[in-house]
Design a protein around this ligand. Structure first.
Ligand SMILES: NC(=O)C1=CN([C@@H]2O[C@H](COP(=O)(O)OP(=O)(O)OC[C@H]3O[C@@H](n4cnc5c(N)ncnc54)[C@H](OP(=O)(O)O)[C@@H]3O)[C@@H](O)[C@H]2O)[C@@H](O)CC1
Ligand SMILES: [K+]
Length: 495
């Protein structure tokens, strides 16, 4: 089984680095390995004889640049190196690394970015401490304007390693070489777009150390959850595969629930029922076949249906209406302690009332699936949840606050569990931004939970499968297609 891909934050990586040094590999040796990895990568991009310009910063990111520059000269490249600031100010390992370089040290500001075959950006990495300003800013702007390929060392300078945000200005890299693990900025937007394809170089920091110092943040891919996907045995019958209930909106707002229901069925929920307001029974009946239908008059109706313990997973929100009745339905669902997915109107109905949800979902597996707008509405008046610059941190705090798995949607969907485990998704496609796509996602997650998949894994798998299905279709995708593409994705996963 492939191990899940760990993502370490800059401060976790610093600790892993320290621990590795304590275990006997010197700091300068780690830096040399990093520099080697950069030189090796550069060699894949341009042939010996080519011109390479290295922009080095005052810290260890710059040291990686010095070491790579020296190696590349030895391999027959024409290398020019420019430093930000004065070489007298280099201290410790950085000063040691600079000794590898025997060529001229120019000023980073003066480097001929326009007249080179490759730029190596070694200005700043995980130690970036503030916005880029003045001469540094101009240097980065000139580098970007050159139109030449740029290889970023560790991460594009100007990108915040924790948040993926641009600090004033940032290098638009063609590619990035990072060390030991990817960092959050390689997966979170806009950092992901600034990084280009990222190669992870093994510099000898062991998995045990990485797990001990990180171990809670992952790239969302099948290695994280494939082992808990349901694999029905020969003797399984439909009741063992769960029964998902999806609440429908009124007569003119029924499509969302049917999209969710269809998705739950496709992902393997043994039975799926749409709970419909009486006035919408006709229109729902006209469109449902394998999905069953039941009348459900508001919160009391839902309460009556949930007396039957076989309904073990529930979707509330899509097109349900923004009002107190929806809040009451959420209360019924919470009280019934079923696996629960809340989206759209079920979240927006609590606009400014998030305190009512404080700790509310601690007792049953629950997944909340807001996009940024819904998140901001829901947690209005809670600066502790809204203010963190990092999407990761916002999702993590909201998960702890509510006791639910918080799935914060976007091109870089973040899935955070109240126990701290967090995943960042990266197989999303812009084609998923289409009406009804979110309803389908709810159905996939609930359908997995109905089959006994824990909430965090169900949310992670749901997001990935949803995106994979969308990407497999491409242009022209509409939400109706998504559920029908799920079997193809599952077939690959369950091989
Ligand atoms: N295990 C690993 O991953 C390994 C990682 N390694 C490498 O180490 C890198 C991290 O090195 P690092 O800690 O020295 O930080 P780095 O990014 O060089 O920047 C710090 C310097 O920049 C300065 N500075 C900051 N912001 C600024 C601004 N806005 N404008 C201007 N200046 C600014 C800051 O100055 P100060 O804030 O002190 O004034 C300080 O001098 C990492 O990215 C990777 O490449 C490998 O070598 C070995 C294994
Ligand atoms: K860099």
């Amino acid at each position: 089984m492939t191990a899940p891909e760990l993502i370490l934050t800059p401060s976790e990586m610093k600790q892993a680095d320290r621990e590795t040094v304590e275990s006997g590999i010197s700091g300068i040796e780690l830096m040399r390995r990093a520099g080697h990895a950069v030189a090796d990568h550069a060699e894949k991009l341009v042939s010996p004889g080519a011109r390479i310009v290295v922009a080095a910063g005052p810290g260890q990111n710059g040291s990686d640049g010095f070491i790579a520059a020296a190696l590349l000269v030895g391999r027959g490249y024409q290398v020019r190196l420019g430093l930000l600031g004065s070489s007298d100010r280099l201290t410790g390992d950085a000063a040691e690394a600079a000794k590898d370089w025997t060529g001229e040290i120019g000023r980073a500001e003066d480097l001929p970015f326009h007249e080179t075959d490759l730029v190596i950006d070694a200005l700043f990495g995980t130690g970036l401490a503030r916005d880029l300003e003045g001469a540094v800013r101009l240097t980065v702007e000139r580098m970007n304007a050159s139109g030449r390929p740029i290889l970023a060392v560790d991460l594009p300078s100007g990108i915040d390693g924790d948040t993926g945000e641009v600090r004033g200005v940032a290098v638009k890299a063609t590619r990035t070489v990072t060390f030991a693990t990817r960092k959050p900025c390689h997966l979170l937007m806009p950092g992901r777009a600034y990084s280009g394809p990222v190669e992870v170089a093994d510099i000898g920091i062991g998995r045990k150390i990485l797990e001990a110092k990180g171990g809670t943040l992952f790239a969302n891919n099948p290695a994280l959850w494939n082992h808990v996907l349901p694999r029905p045995g020969l003797s399984s019958h439909k009741y063992e595969r769960g029964h998902t209930l999806v609440a429908s909106g009124g007569a003119t707002r029924t499509g969302a629930a049917r999209l969710a229901a269809r998705a739950a069925l496709r992902i393997g929920s043994g039975l799926v029922t749409v709970a419909s307001p009486p006035e919408a029974l006709g229109v729902n009946a006209a469109h449902l076949t394998a999905v069953m239908l039941r009348g459900c008059d508001g919160p009391e109706g839902l309460n009556t249906i949930l007396q039957d313990p076989r309904f073990n997973a529930l979707v509330l929100g899509p097109a349900l209406g923004i009002h107190a009745g929806t809040r009451a339905m959420v209360a019924v669902a919470v009280h019934a302690r079923r696996s629960l997915v809340l989206d759209a109107d079920a979240l927006t109905s609590f606009e400014g009332l998030a305190t009512e949800l404080h700790g509310a979902f601690r007792h049953a597996p629950t997944v909340l699936t807001p996009h940024d707008g819904e998140f901001n509405r829901l947690f209005k008046g809670h600066p502790d949840l809204l203010d963190p610059a990092s999407k990761l941190e916002r999702a993590r705090r909201a998960a702890v606050y509510t006791g639910a798995v918080l799935l914060l949607k976007g091109p870089d969907t973040v899935i955070a569990a109240p126990d701290g485990r967090t995943a960042i998704n990266e197989n999303g496609t812009p084609y998923l931004a289409t009406a009804g796509s979110g309803d389908t996602l709810c159905g996939l997650i609930a359908g997995l939970m109905a089959q006994g998949v824990p909430a965090f894994e169900a949310a992670c798998a749901g997001v990935w499968i949803h995106a994979q299905a969308g990407a497999s279709f491409g242009p022209g995708l509409i939400a109706e297609d998504l559920a029908e593409l799920v079997p193809g994705v599952l077939r690959e996963l369950l091989k």
